[in-house]
Design a protein around this ligand. Sequence first.
Ligand code: NDP
Ligand code: GDR
Length: 327
Amino acid sequence: MPKALITGISGQDGLYLAELLLEKGYDVTGLIRGQFNPKEPMVRATVPDVELLTGDLTDPLALARVLDRAEPTEVYNLGAISFVAYSWQNAALTSDVTGKGVLNMLEATRMYAGSDPSAVRFYQASSSEMFGRVQEVPQRESTLLWPRSPYGVAKVFGHYMTINYRESYGMHASSGILFNHESPRRGPEFVTRKVSIAVARIALGLQDTIVMGNLDAKRDWGFAGDYVEAMWRMLQQGEADDYVVATGETHSIRELLDVAFAAVGIDDWTPYVEQSPEFIRPAEVDLLIGDPAKARERLGWAPKVGFEELVRMMVEHDLREQSQHVG
Ligand code: NDP
Ligand code: GDR
């Protein structure tokens, strides 16, 4: 039976990936952090067949112990401080977790693999945030990286460290450059979920307005459930490589608001949306649109859920969830 270790099991992608691997017959272990992680009961309820082991990406000894216990044939490194806006407030911590944490995980995997480093396959969760300031449209694997946030800089470190471990030690280490992907499991701090929750609450009379930042930024948004399939496919290839995973379409925050409000029958959202400098970032990534041609050709991967369907799925989920607070 193949065995996988997933870091970031309590995050959006960790849960979808765990479900996918369990369905495929994997024995799955998840790394969870903290003395008691408040998300642990939710993780246990969602994926009861996953074994949870405690450890932190900043603690190499814990990572070595977890690898020895889990004995994985595939390692998916999804753990990170992942909220871009937060990374300016906590740049050193973000560098330690999202950047150096990748090195800790690569080195622990190399030590665990022993004489044949290619025997254990490694996936690194790289990000379109690495592209930052627009150099090329659409962005592909060869596009110059120009990160615009401490998070983006940390991801660039992890990305090149993954490539370096592949080239230095022959590790089967692949890096997925994933563009934004969302779902009803998305954290409420990210713009899609912030909007879907607020729109549901406005429709139910629980809230009057939503306060936003830059409405002109454009993102290539896909569905997280589709994107974890691409991660798995990368590790099934004979050779490790880097892949852009995206839909190839881009939409502004305004279009996100259009679709989300339309889902509850509101055509003009302007009376409900305010803007505040609080949500404007020190440096913005204006336009992300990915070219997924390599993933399509080599992995046979294509997204199934489109932008409008995704946004409606999230609003419908939040209408059900928020209706519990009515009355
Ligand atoms: P989430 O923020 O939902 O999940 C992040 C996970 O990392 C959580 O399980 C979190 O644990 C864990 N984590 C945070 N700090 C540490 C630490 N010090 N040690 C161990 N684990 C830690 O992110 P997503 O699921 O959305 O994303 C998964 C990965 O993919 C991340 O690396 C992200 O940067 C990257 N990515 C995401 C994209 C997206 O659009 N979703 C696009 C491109 C890349 P806890 O619950 O305890 O906080
Ligand atoms: P991003 O996602 O920074 O692309 O990183 P986020 O949803 O936070 O922001 C997307 C865009 O929306 C604009 N925006 C707002 N964002 C938030 N969060 N809240 C607001 O009120 C708001 N108003 C406007 C932002 O300025 C930005 O342009 C996500 C994360 O999952 C990363 O971990 C991942 O690597 C990248 O996607 C790809």
